[in-house]
Design a binder for this molecule. Structure first.
Ligand code: COA
Length: 139
């Protein structure tokens, strides 16, 4: 039977596992999204909103949340390929939503890259496509 999963706040000794998970789950991500850059940046801002799913001490999932006082955002939702389909992704999203809610957050947003067929996962968790144009700029 697969080892049970616990969702816990990120700690330094999770770094290698998180890096490996993100490389596996997001192979096409730009360098700025790699753990070496994104984790220290997150630890400087709301570090308590970076969570990992652990099974037997191994990182098998992740989620990063942020609250800017107006909206909550979810990032880096990932589950190891070998543990997908067990409800870990659902658990991670719910865990992050609760953490955002405790901060007073009323609405959560997330973005899905074009070509990623994961929208159905989020729809099942109550998220809906909204008529917005997503814009971004590197600064
Ligand atoms: C998306 C992801 C996090 C889902 O994790 P998971 O642990 O496999 O998901 P769960 O087992 O919690 O699934 C919850 C529900 O969503 C459904 N689901 C999961 N992936 C789905 C998908 N790609 N499309 C539609 N439904 C999906 C499951 O069937 C399950 O439905 P049920 O409750 O009716 O049984 C995982 O597939 C992943 O890491 N993907 C690669 C990284 C990625 O693209 N992340 C999203 C970036 S926006």
């Amino acid at each position: 039977m697969a080892a049970p999963v616990a969702i816990v706040p990120y700690q330094a000794d999770h770094f290698d596992g998180l890096d490996k998970l993100w490389r596996e789950a997001f192979p096409d991500d730009p360098a700025r999204n790699r753990a070496a850059i994104a984790v220290p940046a997150k630890l400087a801002e709301q570090p308590e909103l970076l969570f990992v799913a652990l099974a037997d001490g191994t990182v098998v999932g992740s989620i990063m949340a942020g609250y800017d006082g107006h909206r909550g955002w979810l990032y880096a939702v990932a589950v190891s390929a070998s543990r997908q389909g067990e409800g870990i992704g659902r658990k991670l999203v719910s865990h992050a939503e609760q953490a955002l809610k405790r901060r007073g957050c009323l609405k959560v947003n997330l973005q899905v890259r074009e070509g990623n067929l994961v929208a159905g996962f989020y729809r099942g968790l109550g998220y809906a496509e909204e008529p917005r144009t997503s814009m971004g700029k590197e600064i």
